[in-house]
Design a protein around this ligand. Structure first.
Ligand code: SDX
Length: 391
């Protein structure tokens, strides 16, 4: 017990690892980063300040924040040759496939002179990854759109710069709407870290072998891609597309409840939250704000809200404690901003980078052993080899 939270010895004996970064209470729907509730960070902080908190365990003072923001915004360019990695992909390659490849390729550019046993080198790698992810993410979109890559601009804010690299072209600048930039920044905050989820556990497990941080983050991106994890935001929009309109909701819910049908209500349910995901509440509020401010009437928002209302009052979902998670409303905001569905999980990976890196740094901050999960063997007992003529 650390005076706040007490775990039974059995849990501690089996838990994957201890961490100071993020606390989740799935029954109460609580998410804290460094002790600060996600609702307060989403409303009062911003993404780079949250990145600083995840990496250092404390909110920065004004001078610390200015220095951190400057270091990040002055490392946003990627090595010019990295562009050639994109050109090896087909134009219709999924941006997550591109990100797995290109982020892993950073090892070939920045790893050689990196000594992961040197804390300062590890912090430089952390800054580089947080700084370069938006550039690489935007490049994966530009490549798929057949448009020229846009260079980052150090004079813009973090979210503004990402939107600039996504939507500006050499022929026309992109005027970033402050409401859209604020919503984008808040979406990054809401995705920044989430304890020992599948992709973060992947980063920690990969890091425990001594692999370089770029390879570890590439492994995290690969794990995030699955529809049960970060791929769910893209799957929610596909689900809403397939349902079509509110008249089809009852049939859809019937299919979800049918034991013989594998249809799931994407954006609902969670391994830990058996109550509302606090991020989903903020995301829904942000969704309302952005669509209203932009004067967008999106029938899919109404469809999602109706679906949520039905599910929250249906015994199948209530008895299984299935509530909306972070992915249920995020796609509707991203679509309103003009981001294509194929980029939704890339946005999740971008937002989650400081969390992955913070866990990688935390693992390196003390002596560690290679992760080696054990198993319960259920195969055949030992037996002798059978020659071919006896099989
Ligand atoms: C993320 O771990 C993290 O923190 C992840 C994440 C993060 O920030 O890193 O929070 C991000 O990954 C959020 C989850 C996004 N995924 C989805 O929205 C996909 C849809 N959700 C499901 O695939 C599912 O809810 C999971 C994968 C999220 C959790 O699956 P579990 O662990 O099997 O859920 P469970 O044990 O609570 O399931 C209990 C029952 C089962 O039915 P029975 O066998 O009891 O009859 O509920 C059913 C499940 O089949 N169920 C669902 C469902 N989720 C669970 N039925 C229909 N629709 C769903 N979405």
């Amino acid at each position: 017990s650390n005076g706040y939270f007490t775990y039974d010895p059995g849990f501690m004996a089996t838990s994957a690892c201890e961490s100071k970064i993020t606390f989740i209470d799935g029954d109460k729907g609580i998410l804290l980063h460094g002790g600060y509730p996600i609702e307060q960070l989403a409303e009062k902080s911003d993404y780079l300040e949250t990145c600083y908190l995840l990496l250092n365990g404390e909110l920065p003072n004004a001078a610390q924040k200015e220095d951190f923001v400057s270091r990040v915004m002055n490392h946003t360019m990627v090595h010019e040759q990295l562009q050639f990695f994109y050109r090896g992909f087909r134009r219709d390659a999924h941006p997550m496939a591109v990100m797995c490849g290109v982020v892993g390729a950073l090892s070939a550019f920045y790893h050689d002179n990196l000594d992961i046993n040197d804390p300062e080198h590890r912090r430089i790698a952390a800054i580089r990854l947080i700084a370069k992810m938006p550039t690489m993410a935007a490049m994966s979109y530009k490549y798929s759109a057949g448009q020229p890559f846009m260079y980052p601009r150090n004079d813009l804010g973090y979210a503004e710069n990402f939107l600039h690299m996504m939507f500006a072209t050499p022929c026309a600048d992109y005027k970033v709407n402050p409401i859209v930039a604020r919503a984008m920044d808040r979406i990054f905050v809401l995705h920044a870290d989430h304890e020992q989820n599948a992709s973060t556990s992947t980063v920690r497990l990969t890091g425990s072998t001594g692999a370089n941080p770029y390879a570890c983050i590439a492994a995290g991106i690969a794990a995030l891609w699955g529809p049960s994890h970060g791929g769910a935001n893209e799957a929610v929009l596909k689900m809403l597309d397939e349902i079509g309109d509110v008249s089809k909701l009852d049939d859809f819910i019937k299919r979800v409840k049918d034991k013989n049908d594998s249809t799931k209500l994407m954006g609902f349910g969670h391994r830990v939250y058996k109550n509302f995901d606090p991020r989903a509440k903020v995301m829904k509020q942000t969704c309302d704000e952005v669509l209203t401010a932009l004067g967008i009437h999106d029938p899919q928002l109404e469809l999602a809200m109706k679906l949520e209302e039905i599910a929250l009052n249906d015994e199948y979902f209530v008895s299984r404690k299935l509530y909306p998670n972070v992915d249920f409303y995020s796609g509707i905001i991203l679509k309103a901003i003009g981001i294509p569905t194929s980029m939704f999980t890339v946005i999740f990976a971008l937002g989650r980078t400081p969390g992955w890196i913070a866990h990688w740094l935390e693992m390196h901050s003390a002596p560690y052993k290679i992760s080696r999960p054990r198993q319960l063997y259920t195969g055949p007992v030992q037996r002798d080899f059978v020659p071919m003529d006896k099989r």
